[in-house]
Design a protein around this ligand. Structure first.
Ligand SMILES: [Zn+2]
Length: 280
């Protein structure tokens, strides 16, 4: 059996996030949540948090909720199957992993261009190729729904990736969501993360503590990647403006704003066994 990135401790019954508990103020967002203004540019996840906490509900519909801030999890049968095995996209005989996509006509030309840049970002140095959907059974349907989110890995059939416009239409955010689509969870949810970062629990907005869980994932024999596009920023879900994640090596910056790290590309090639691709 292939060992791949899985969430093996996800409970089947996800309790709905209590969205009704918050009071929203148009200027500041949910009470108790503080946005940290990064002086030198934040991470892709910072942008996602802003979009999802301020505009989107954590419950997408009656059966689908967001896990870790932007991973759609459905309580339906298909998700259970998906979380119990690999959920890899299938690989073509030519060695590439083709992901068919359809794109909502609601996106403007500029927005479409940005989404394609996000795809190119994933393709560069990896075996993944995005192709327009024609007849393929499994494909992603990119829609400007509420918030930025994706399901984890291939679910089988059509699956939505939500890229709300304009909030989610940044190349880094788009690439981050496609990494979820490929099957990757957030870097700091690695089981061994406590060797590399300290989670500052008292600083985390109480209603989002669950977003900092660890999962027993296959780390693919790759080093912990502080600079992954899948890493939360230092102030993710801070309730008081203080850091919520502190690297053990104090001088290191967490996360990535716009592009995949070298190790992110290696991760893709290892997970999909495309070892002959050079990563740079
Ligand atoms: Zn994410």
């Amino acid at each position: 059996m292939e060992k791949v990135i899985l969430l093996c401790v996800l409970s089947i019954c996800l309790s709905p996030v209590h969205t009704q508990k918050f009071f929203f103020s148009p200027k500041w967002g949910p009470i108790g949540y503080k946005v940290h203004e990064e002086r030198d540019g934040g991470t892709a996840m910072d942008e996602i948090i802003k979009a999802n906490e301020f505009h989107a509900s954590q419950m997408l519909d009656g059966t689908t909720s967001l896990r870790e801030g932007d991973i759609a999890v459905s309580s339906g049968r298909r998700s259970k199957v998906c979380f119990a095995r690999s959920c890899l996209w299938s690989k073509s005989v030519d060695g590439h992993v083709y992901i068919a996509y359809s794109l909502s006509p609601e996106y403007s030309e500029t927005e479409t261009k940005l989404i394609k840049q996000g795809m190119e970002n994933i393709e560069k140095g990896t075996c993944v190729r995005f192709v327009p959907w024609t007849h393929q059974q499994d494909y992603i349907d990119i829609q400007p729904k509420s918030g930025c989110w994706s399901y984890l890995g291939a679910r089988g059939g059509r699956q939505t990736v939500s890229l709300q416009n304009p909030d989610c239409l940044q190349v880094g955010v788009i690439s981050h969501e496609f990494m979820h689509t490929l099957g990757f969870v957030h870097e700091q949810s690695r089981f061994d993360r406590d060797n590399y970062v300290t989670i500052m629990w008292p600083n985390i907005w109480r209603d989002r503590v669950r977003n900092f869980e660890k999962f027993r994932t296959d780390i693919l024999d790759l080093p912990y990647d502080y600079g992954s596009i899948m890493h939360f920023g230092m102030y993710a879900y801070s309730q008081n403006g203080q850091p919520t994640i502190s690297p053990k090596n104090k001088d290191i910056k967490l996360g990535q704003a716009s592009t995949l790290s070298r190790i992110d590309r290696l991760k893709i090639n290892k997970l999909y066994k495309c070892g002959w691709y050079q990563s740079f």
